[in-house]
Design a protein around this ligand. Structure first.
Ligand SMILES: Cc1cc2nc3c(=O)[nH]c(=O)nc-3n(C[C@H](O)[C@H](O)[C@H](O)COP(=O)(O)OP(=O)(O)OC[C@H]3O[C@@H](n4cnc5c(N)ncnc54)[C@H](O)[C@@H]3O)c2cc1C
Length: 267
């Protein structure tokens, strides 16, 4: 159960940050869905819903998405789906139900760097930067690797438009469970980006596999070799949803499926 001493709706991000930093027990509320699962005693709950961070802006070269934008808005956004081959739709559609997707926010998801996240795996194969209110812009990859230097507010993200192909693959016990393992892949010209998440650790780029595939043809032999590199370079673990060995084996399968899909699309 969470307990809240005071509930506050700031109208600017400056006000939100100031209040957050006043006391260690003060905490931000995004959609509030994940917070509700835990137990936390909050001093002041700083609800970001009136700060004006719920937007997707399409520019000529990028999309900017505010932290309070919900999963359903991202999933159904025509511009994003068209530009990224339904990458985010694929990553989000199997997450629980529409009611939850109408609540949960991208800002909380990215800032919390959840290991089980499907959205983060997909986002990692795009060219994305995150804007922290106090610390400024940082690449998504660096943020996921290192986290924030000190408490901050994730304000928005910027996804550059690239002329690539994008795929998302995941394995779940049943639809709406957490993923046992997930993988996203993008290909721009001859360069690949491959991210593996729910390992169960947080999403990570498979750099050696990406390098191996660069400028190589997608043949059965190369897919086999890429799978072997992937399963060696990525660290997998065991939890209630799956064993390390199972994840290792399934990651290879997901990579092969993603490569085949891209290759079919190109030919
Ligand atoms: C029942 C359930 C099942 C789920 N299943 C999946 C799944 O299968 N796959 C998947 O990818 N995800 C899943 N999720 C996670 C979900 O997608 C969101 O990532 C998660 O709920 C966080 O979003 P929220 O808006 O609810 O965060 P909140 O509960 O509001 O906040 C979570 C944390 O982020 C902090 N925070 C909020 N906003 C910001 C901000 N802008 N800047 C900095 N910190 C912030 C809060 O203080 C808190 O510590 C599930 C969530 C739930 C509740």
């Amino acid at each position: 159960m969470i307990t809240i001493r005071k509930y506050f709706f700031p109208e600017t991000i400056e006000e939100a940050y100031e209040t957050l930093m006043e006391k260690k027990s003060n905490a931000l509320i995004g959609g509030g869905a994940y917070l509700k699962l835990g137990s936390k005693a909050m001093g002041t709950a700083v609800d970001l819903s009136k700060v004006g961070l719920d937007y997707i802006r399409e520019e000529e070269s990028a999309f900017e998405i505010g932290a309070m934008t919900t999963f359903s808005t991202v999933m159904l956004h025509e511009g994003l789906n068209k530009h990224f081959d339904n990458l985010f739709q694929r990553a989000i559609e199997d997450i629980v139900g529409m009611q939850l997707k109408n609540m949960v926010t991208i800002g909380a998801t990215i800032y919390s760097r959840y290991g089980f996240s499907d959205f983060l795996t997909a986002l990692l194969v795009t060219n994305t930067k995150v804007k922290l209110f106090n610390a400024g812009w940082i690449s998504l990859n660096a943020f996921l690797e290192n986290g924030p230097e000190k408490r901050d507010i994730l304000e928005k993200i910027r996804i550059e438009k690239t002329n690539g192909l994008y795929r998302f693959q995941d394995l779940r016990g049943s639809s709406s469970d957490y993923s046992i393992i997930n993988l996203a892949l993008s290909k721009e010209k001859d360069a690949y980006r491959i991210a593996v998440g729910a390992r169960p650790g947080r999403a990570k780029l498979a750099v050696k596999t990406m390098d191996f595939l660069q400028e190589r043809e997608v043949t059965a032999e190369n897919m086999e070799k890429a799978g072997a590199i992937l399963s060696e370079e990525v660290v997998f673990g065991t939890n209630g949803r799956g064993s390390k060995e199972y994840r290792k084996a399934m990651a290879k399968v997901l990579l092969k499926k993603a490569l085949q899909e891209v290759s079919i699309h190109e030919n």
